[in-house]
Ligand binder design. Structure first.
Ligand SMILES: Cc1cc2nc3c(=O)[nH]c(=O)nc-3n(C[C@H](O)[C@H](O)[C@H](O)COP(=O)(O)OP(=O)(O)OC[C@H]3O[C@@H](n4cnc5c(N)ncnc54)[C@H](O)[C@@H]3O)c2cc1C
Length: 363
């Protein structure tokens, strides 16, 4: 069974950053460490974003370590910009990402020279098993959309953020957009621009934030998220942590009634929904823009879930307390391109230190 000092799972911002710092410390891709990514192309979750999400619409992409994105056309789709950037980065940095290989499971190793056994699977059905001294998991959230449960059943079309491609798909339909985050807000605007009739539902009133989105604010958000993960709690949804930036454009959309929530759903019906205020709305489509959860099922054999439903993280925000040698990047506090980049560095250093310990322990 091949042995690697470190295995990195996922080649999004977090995994690529970790791989970069492993390489910068002298580890060689394909020899000392391996990067597995389930996607067929570079780009992480960005490679799946919808066509209408142009680069000018995203909040901003932090540079990967050691190579800048450079100027990007705000009218080009964010998907294509990031795919190109990450692809170039992988080549420049010699990261030798293995794709499309999905990590199916990480289990404790029976062998004393390694901590973990990592089973990877190709879409054609081939599998391989590696031993590893440390695992850095940067698998993001895109593979794990969250849809809340409501009583009743809806007879029309339902889809999640993952399945949205372009607003023109919905022309002539009435669409209920559910969710209080930036994706829901962008869908409502795109649909409205395409002449589609919309209704908006949020569980709590929209969390508009018209203060500055400056480094102090960013630090405060990160600290609040870290306080949860260090207590073993599930990270909050992105919008619960950050709020929604109230730009002049969004304020205008609120004023003309587009971005006004009808409140929470009470129940689904065959032709639409009942709202908590007792009103009913008939719709053709429900678009669940209700967020994502961390994609961690490949780590289930390690039993890292806390009773509180989250993963108990150490104060460095990358080490999993109950599984020495396992590091999560892009999780909790580091779930942004900036946070993921920084976490990659911390995790790479910690993984190197953890495997030095293991190597000296095994003599
Ligand atoms: C709609 C939307 C817009 C966003 N806009 C911004 C923004 O403007 N700025 C910002 O900083 N952040 C933004 N974010 C958050 C941003 O996507 C993340 O912070 C960051 O890009 C995530 O990087 P990541 O490496 O953690 O995960 P991902 O980009 O999700 O990468 C994870 C990778 O792991 C792979 N993978 C998953 N499971 C496995 C497995 N079992 N085996 C092998 N590979 C696996 C996936 O295929 C993927 O390639 C946005 C998020 C969403 C949903």
């Amino acid at each position: 069974m091949p042995h690697r000092r470190v295995i990195v799972i996922g080649a999004g911002q977090a995994g690529l950053s970790a791989a970069h710092f492993l390489a910068r410390s002298g580890l060689v891709a394909g020899v000392d460490f391996e990067v597995f990514d389930a996607n067929p192309t570079p780009g992480g979750a960005w490679s799946h974003r919808w066509d209408a999400l142009t680069f000018g619409l995203v909040n901003g992409l932090h540079d990967l370590p050691g190579s800048s994105l450079g100027p990007a056309d705000p009218h080009e789709s964010a998907r294509e910009v990031v795919k190109r950037y990450y692809g170039r980065y992988e080549d420049e940095q010699g990261l030798a990402v293995e794709r499309p290989w999905r990590v199916r499971s990480v289990t404790p190793s029976a062998e004393s020279s390694a901590r973990f056994e990592v089973t990877v699977e190709h879409p054609d059905g081939r599998t391989r098993v590696f031993r590893a001294g440390a695992v850095i998991s940067g698998t993001g959230t895109w593979d794990h959309p969250y849809v809340p449960w409501y009583p009743g059943a809806f007879g029309g079309r339902q889809l999640t953020t993952r399945d949205f491609t372009e607003p023109e798909d919905f022309v002539g339909k009435r669409v209920l957009v559910v969710g209080g985050g930036i994706s829901a807000v962008q869908f409502l605007q795109l649909l409205d621009d395409a002449g589609v009739s919309t209704v908006w539902s949020t569980r709590t009133p929209p969390r508009w934030h018209d203060g500055p989105f400056d480094p102090m604010w960013g630090l405060d958000v990160e600290n609040r998220v870290a306080a949860r993960t260090r207590a073993g709690l599930r990270p909050l949804s992105v919008v619960a942590a950050t709020g929604l930036r109230l730009t002049p454009e969004l304020r205008g959309a609120v004023d003309r009634g587009l971005l006004v929530s009808r409140g929470p759903i009470e129940a689904l019906t065959d032709d639409g929904v009942d709202f908590a205020d007792g009103s009913h709305e008939s719709v053709d489509v429900i678009l669940w823009a209700t967020g994502f959860r961390a994609a961690l099922s490949h780590l289930a054999p390690l039993g890292i879930r806390d009773r509180a439903g989250g993963v108990l993280m150490a104060d460095d925000d990358v080490s999993v307390v109950v599984a020495p040698g396992l590091f999560l990047v892009g999780y909790g506090r580091s779930a942004s391109t900036l946070g993921a980049t920084r976490a990659g560095r911390r995790a790479a250093r910690a993984a190197i230190a953890a495997t030095e310990d293991a190597m000296s322990a095994t003599g």
